[in-house]
Design a protein around this ligand. Structure first.
Ligand SMILES: Cc1cc2nc3c(=O)[nH]c(=O)nc-3n(C[C@H](O)[C@H](O)[C@H](O)COP(=O)(O)OP(=O)(O)OC[C@H]3O[C@@H](n4cnc5c(N)ncnc54)[C@H](O)[C@@H]3O)c2cc1C
Length: 451
């Protein structure tokens, strides 16, 4: 069998490349080292409760255009619903509830009004939020250059944001989207995220809420799509080496020592998995990889014996847990008087990742009780903790220029993945967008040019 492309890695970037190439009539082989596809975005059935559990709650946005196109192509876009207008409740143990709630006005007025209505901040502080709004709306190439070496925290300070504005709004958004401390992560990426969300159409800023598990949304329909168009998929098939000769990739050697060949190759593995595959290829590439570092996300899944929250999700302020998701409501499980399934998320979780499960569950419960009084009288029926130690790379200003392009020194090897030069933080949108870009380059790579 002669393949047009072999794709190494069955996460969302690899699946996106596979779907895109297959839709263009190319014959592909997808190789994944694990027994299942999805990479860092997958779900499984919890044996005790029978509920579908995500490895970590993923929040999507209306501005995830490549992601929405992918979902449409594989036929699962109806499994994620867009909020009519952006609405997020922020809960504070002493200060109560405040909402970022955008009215149905044309963009960007809706966001500016939403910011002005944030009751948790003084009027003076709210007016200062508009300076960030203006910087995002009038973002230019000069501003991009200025932000290159800046952290989020420094940028916000330069825009006159008070500690309240940072603590009660910007930081929680920055940690959620960039997955690390605002004092260390790139202002450039944060400005781009805000611009994508707030400077486009009104629906770009709304949250896109998954109604099924991550695998049902992103993976299973993609597999059905790929198989129906004759693509080949092999799981439990790790690639040991990408073989090269001069400036051309010649094949991949798998863990079982079989060698597979194609006209072109796409690496869709994380930064830490690329170097081992290249080591034996005899080609020196990507000396910058050791400078990348990962940042963890910890998710604490709790099943309580009674409902304690009404919202589908909420951001928590001045607590260790940053977000709580009411999975019973999001997954539209039949209302039950005697149970509620919640997922509590800590991003940028370096401080918490080494803690024991019991400690994390106790901490999550304590935070929950401080914002939902009913939780104090609830019993935990069951709990699960998922620690993703290498959830995303840490997007510091010094790492940003090191992110590699899709093309490589080998003319028929292309790179995808959330860590490549997508212009975005490590997100589903970046992963899917980069997969599509690699597919476009492979499609225009002439076949039969490697002999
Ligand atoms: C807990 C958590 C929460 C997150 N929350 C959000 C969110 O709210 N919003 C958002 O947009 N993003 C979020 N993300 C980020 C998002 O999940 C990732 O950006 C995206 O899934 C990365 O996809 P990828 O294909 O680039 O990499 P991966 O998913 O890592 O895929 C790479 C694949 O390659 C395979 N592989 C590695 N080496 C080999 C080899 N030698 N041979 C064969 N296969 C190999 C791996 O097993 C893996 O399946 C979150 C991530 C985590 C972990």
């Amino acid at each position: 069998m002669t393949y047009d492309a072999i794709i190494i890695g069955g996460g969302l970037s690899g699946l996106s490349a596979a779907v895109e190439l297959t839709a263009r009539g190319k014959k592909i082989l997808l190789l994944e080292q694990r027994p299942f596809l999805g990479g860092r975005a997958y779900s499984f059935v919890d044996e005790t409760t029978g509920d579908v559990v995500d490895n970590g709650q993923h929040l999507l946005m209306g501005c995830y255009h490549a992601t929405r196109r992918y979902l449409k192509l594989i036929g699962s876009d109806h499994f994620a619903t867009l909020q009519p207008d952006l609405h997020i409740d922020f809960l504070h143990p002493q200060r109560g509830v405040a909402s970022l709630s955008c009215p149905s006005l044309p963009s960007p007025l809706h966001v500016l009004m939403g910011l002005l209505r944030m009751q948790s901040l003084s009027l003076r502080d709210r007016l200062k939020l508009l300076r960030v709004g203006a910087a995002v709306l009038f973002h230019s190439s000069t501003a991009e250059r200025r932000l290159q070496n800046m952290t989020v925290d420094k940028w916000l300070t330069s825009l006159g944001q008070t500690e309240f504005n940072k603590k009660y709004l910007w930081d929680i958004i920055a940690i959620g989207t960039l997955n690390d401390d605002p004092k260390t992560v790139s202002a450039l990426l944060f400005a781009r995220v805000l611009r994508a969300a707030f400077a486009g159409s009104r629906e770009d800023s709304s949250l896109l809420v998954p109604r099924v598990g991550l695998s049902e949304l992103f993976v299973d329909p993609a597999v059905r799509f790929l198989k129906s168009y004759g693509a080949d998929i092999r799981t439990n098939c790790g690639v040991k080496t990408i073989k090269a000769d001069g400036n051309t990739a010649r094949g991949v050697q798998c863990e079982d020592d079989t060698t597979l060949t194609a006209n072109a190759y796409i690496s869709a593995v994380p930064y830490y998995a690329l170097q081992p595959m290249l080591q034996n290829s005899g080609v020196q590439m990507f000396p910058q990889l050791p400078r990348f570092e990962s940042s963890p996300i910890v998710t604490i899944h709790l099943w309580l014996d009674k409902p304690v929250m009404d919202q589908e999700f909420a951001a928590l302020l001045d607590l260790r847990v940053q977000w709580v998701f009411n999975k019973s409501k999001m997954l539209a499980r039949k209302a039950s008087q005697n149970r509620q399934y919640l997922s509590l998320v800590i991003s940028g979780a370096a401080e918490y990742v080494a803690m024991e499960k019991e400690q994390l569950v106790a901490m999550a419960l304590e935070d929950l009780c401080s914002v939902f009084p009913l939780a104090a009288s609830a019993n935990v029926l069951h709990s699960l903790v998922v620690k993703e130690k290498r959830a995303t790379f840490s997007p510091t200003p010094s790492v940003e220029p090191l992110r590699p392009l899709t093309r490589t020194a080998l003319r028929n090897l292309f790179l995808t993945g959330d860590w490549t030069d997508t212009g975005l933080p490590a997100t589903i949108e970046g992963a899917i967008l980069s997969g599509r870009k690699a597919a476009e380059l492979v499609s225009s790579y002439p076949s039969g040019t490697n002999s």
